[in-house]
Design a protein around this ligand. Structure first.
Ligand code: CA2
Length: 147
C-alpha cells in the first residue's frame, strides 16, 4: 500500500514561528514521524512539500494509477484552491485532509475548505499526530475497500 503525503505552503517553516498555533515541532520532526509510521504500519509513504499551487496539482496528477491514498494539508491553499479540489476529484484517489491547528476556532476564512470537499475525512487540531491518525484511517479505509 502506497500513501502520498502532501504539504502546502510554509509548512516547511514549522517550529520556527507561531508555536502557540502550530506547536514547537519542526518539519523534519514531521518527516521522522512519517518514516516511523510507514515502518510500524508496513506501508510505503512518499512525501512532497511545495509552496506552489501548480506543483501540488502536478503531484496529485502524478499519483494517478500509482498511489493508493493521499494525506493532504494544503495549508493556505485549503481556503482558496479550486485547482487542488479539481485535481483530487480528477484522480479520484481516497484522500484525507489534515490541519495541524484547529481551523474551526480561528478566523472565519479558515473555516472554508475547498480541498476538503474531495476528501473522505478531515482531521484538525491534533498537531503532527493528525498525520499519523490520517494514515491509520486511510490504511483501514483502503483495506476495507479491497475486501
Ligand atoms: O493548521 C494547519 O495545518 C493549516 O493548514 C496551516 C496553514 C494555514 O494557512 C491553514 O489555515 C491551517 C499555515 C501553514 C503555515 O505554517 C507556518 C509555519 C511556521 C510559521 C508560520 C506558519
Amino acid at each position: 500500500m502506497k500513501i502520498l503525503v502532501l504539504n502546502g505552503p510554509n509548512l516547511n517553516m514549522l517550529g520556527i514561528r507561531e508555536p502557540g498555533i502550530y506547536g514547537t515541532n519542526s518539519f523534519s520532526d514531521l518527516l521522522n514521524l512519517l518514516e516511523k509510521t510507514a515502518w510500524e504500519e508496513h506501508i510505503e509513504i512518499e512525501q512532497y512539500q511545495s509552496n506552489h499551487e501548480g506543483c501540488l496539482v502536478d503531484r496529485i496528477q502524478e499519483a494517478y494509477g500509482r498511489v493508493d491514498g493521499i494525506v493532504i494539508n494544503p495549508a493556505a491553499y485549503t481556503h482558496t484552491s479550486v485547482a487542488i479540489l479539481d485535481a483530487l476529484k480528477a484522480v479520484s484517489i481516497p484522500a484525507v485532509e489534515v490541519h495541524i491547528s484547529d481551523v474551526d476556532s480561528r478566523e472565519p476564512f479558515r473555516q472554508i475548505s475547498y480541498a476538503g470537499l474531495a476528501c473522505v475525512k478531515t482531521i484538525k487540531g491534533q498537531g503532527l499526530d493528525g498525520y499519523r491518525q490520517a494514515i491509520l484511517f486511510l490504511k483501514d479505509y483502503l483495506s476495507n475497500q479491497k475486501a
